[in-house]
Write a protein that binds this ligand. Sequence first.
Ligand code: SF4
Ligand code: SF4
Length: 306
Amino acid sequence: MQKSELTLFIKAEAKSLGFLVCGIAKADSVNEPTSAYLAQWVGEGRNGTMGYLQRNSDKRTDPRLLVPGCRSIVCVALNYCPRPQDIVKGHLHLSRYALGKDYHKVVKDRLFMLLKRINELHPVQGRAFCDTAPLLERYWAAQSGIGFIGKNHQLIIPEAGSYFFLGELLIDAELDYDVPMLQNPCGDCDRCIKACPSGALKADGFDARQCLSYLTIEHRDELPKNIGKMMGNCFYGCDRCQTSCPYNRDACSTDVTDFWAADALLAMSDDDWHNLSKEKYNELFADSAVERCGYQQLMRNLKAVE
Ligand code: SF4
Ligand code: SF4
């Protein structure tokens, strides 16, 4: 089969599976500025206690070591932007990405389906990833031309914003490759930097150790003393660097029902959250990415919120 034909088929099937965009990058080592920035970032300890970012740097900077034989990286994005009714204003809440079912599974299930459909037409070997491997997802998404990495360090799709989960198929077929966007459309804007309550976002980069998302989700120890004021009413994650971004102003709500907030979650009052039992936690988050945080840690966050 001609590679151009296979490329068009993959993109059409990705769309039919609900992915908003699909771009394809050549599997190669990451560029020098990116690998240098990553090494410096980890070297300065900006990854905090996320020790996994110090491991597998060879695979992280060259996906051909992660999936031997892979030639192409098919990058997709699935919308999770909440419906207005899924965001209860003025009440304690979770970060927008965590309102629905565990995105790792939802995105990967669709990628497995995509791989299956490709194989029905043309035999390929490949693996699917969604935030589950040492792979620089945003870098590859930008390389595949589906968006650009904004000053908020999120992948921004110019026509749709940044409320997207990214996923990748690494396959051994050669395809037609897309090209990255030429310019960074952030321009002079610095709204996300100004909106960041903790100073984690800076003009010269990002420090995870100060980021509320990292502190409330990844960080297992005690929280810094003054964190409550910065948290506002979000006790799991923090969305300010996205809500402040003009590219999200007209973001469309997701039609992926798996990402809609469950009624039980929406029914929670502030009192319910503060008195959350382990049983209720298990009921609310059995099939959610919040499970990663764990009950004790979630209660730690709730105690800190002011
Ligand atoms: S998630 Fe919040 S704390 Fe982290 S960089 Fe964005 S605005 Fe700053
Ligand atoms: S808020 Fe402005 S600077 Fe930040 S990512 Fe969005 S466009 Fe770029």
